[in-house]
Design a protein around this ligand. Structure first.
Ligand code: BEZ
Length: 221
């Protein structure tokens, strides 16, 4: 992911989209944002992904996250493809509930390091990988995940990581493997036991480890 690291301000790019020309920061406003890229319009895996994202778009909205997709085709192609996507999601009468960025010149894909050199179109030009960027209300990059074109994403997992990002932005906790909302969380290592006791009124439990080090500290957020 050349050029864009966690904590960096996300570029305030301008782009044509299915809702018109946008300036990215204005599009986000004070919301969280998720930008997910696709290799190409009218491709099978991408169609299942966009349909899945459309089906759970209310879950992103509930979390205050603005969704935007990107693919390296034109706005007109995106409009036409969106109809297929909504038909695939069995909601042919509805329109896609989020915009798609038209990056037919691949400018943004290059700027954001999204091209997958192993996947090429019929003219030999590289396609976009399946990138996911989650951007915080401060416009900083909070998470990036990069999948190859041949592996479709799990959008429920993206909701799960957003739950973790939003929780850990508010509280000095970290979420363990396979965590989901309602589960216990871990106290971050930089907090002393005294600080943790003061910060977490629900109490802190520590799991004993063979090393004798008390670093596995759980609390209910
Ligand atoms: C797809 O979306 O199905 C796809 C796109 C590019 C390469 C492989 C699969």
């Amino acid at each position: 992911m050349p050029g864009l690291l966690l904590g960096d301000e996300f570029p305030n790019f301008e782009a044509d989209t299915t809702i018109g020309r946008i300036k990215f920061h204005d599009f986000l406003g004070s919301s969280w944002g998720i930008l997910f890229s696709h290799p190409k319009d009218f491709t099978p895996v991408c169609t299942t992904e966009l349909a899945c994202a459309a089906n759970i778009s209310d879950q992103f909205k509930k979390r205050g996250v603005k969704m935007i997709a990107l693919s390296i085709d034109s706005v007109q192609d995106h409009h036409n493809w969106s109809k297929d996507v909504m038909a695939f999601s069995s909601k042919a009468e509805s329109s896609l509930p989020f915009p798609i960025i038209a990056d037919d010149k691949r400018e943004l894909s290059v700027q954001l390091g999204m091209l997958d050199p192993d996947e090429r179109d019929k003219d030999g030009l590289p396609l976009t990988a399946r990138c996911v960027f989650v951007i915080g209300p401060d416009k900083k990059l909070k998470l990036s995940i990069l999948y190859p074109a041949t592996t479709g994403r799990n959008f429920d997992e993206l909701l799960r990581v957003i739950d973790s990002l939003q929780l850990t932005a508010q509280k000095k906790v970290a979420t363990p493997a396979n965590w989901k909302v309602g589960d216990k969380v871990m106290v971050i290592p930089s907090l002393s036991d005294a600080e943790a006791a003061a910060l977490f009124p629900n109490g802190v439990t520590t799991k004993e480890m063979p090393s004798g080090k008390n670093y596995l500290r759980y609390t209910q957020p």
